[in-house]
Design a protein around this ligand. Structure first.
Ligand code: ZN
Length: 188
């Protein structure tokens, strides 16, 4: 099946874990961010009536599809919550992935390799070649093209930079979970 572009919301604390989605899902349902579930898929929901007040699409009115296509394609606007058994993961876009130093903003060599080693347990920090400061792979900045986390909320059928979550919505997620949230784009 063709790759679907997604906007992914994630907690910025990579160690943050949820035991259950229930209360956050109830909240997002009450806010009409999500609508009815989409069985038989697990943790998949229709976009709610007010989703477009939390996720703002740029430019002129995009032709958003909210109904599941008859051919079974997943390329329509809906929301999927991650499996909470998921270990720490690095999710990213296949295009435009440039790791940058959190201190000086310069491009870091072998960023993807460093993240892979980090996920395999090699969490030793390294020295930035530009500013010489100590950097952990978990601190690398990916400009919304990569995310290191255990918990994700995917909004399907969103291309990079096509839409962004509002500050207010990210604040609501923080109030509900106790941690800061950010977003990235992926096609995987
Ligand atoms: Zn640096």
């Amino acid at each position: 099946m063709a790759a679907v572009n997604k906007l992914v919301l994630y907690p910025m604390d990579a160690d943050f874990q949820l035991q259950v989605w229930d209360s956050l899902q109830q909240y997002l349902l009450s806010e009409q961010f999500i609508g009815d579930p989409l069985p038989p898929r697990k943790r998949a929901y229709r976009g709610g009536e007010r989703l477009l007040q939390s996720i703002i699409f740029m430019g002129c009115s995009p032709s958003l599809v909210f109904e599941p296509p008859e051919d079974g394609s997943l390329d329509f606007c809906h929301v999927v919550f991650s499996n909470l058994e998921t270990p720490l993961m690095f999710r990213h876009h296949s295009q435009g992935l440039i790791p940058r130093c959190p201190h000086c903003g310069h491009r870091v060599d072998r960023g993807m390799e460093r993240i892979q080693s980090y996920l395999q347990g090699d969490t030793a920090p390294f020295q930035c070649e530009s500013c010489s400061q100590t950097v952990s792979a978990a601190q690398l900045r990916w400009r919304h093209r990569g995310a290191l986390a255990r918990v994700f909320i995917d909004i399907y059928s969103v291309y990079p930079q096509e839409a962004v979550p509002t500050e207010q919505f990210l604040t609501q997620l923080k109030q509900y979970s106790g941690v800061e949230w950010s977003y990235c784009y992926t096609d995987q």
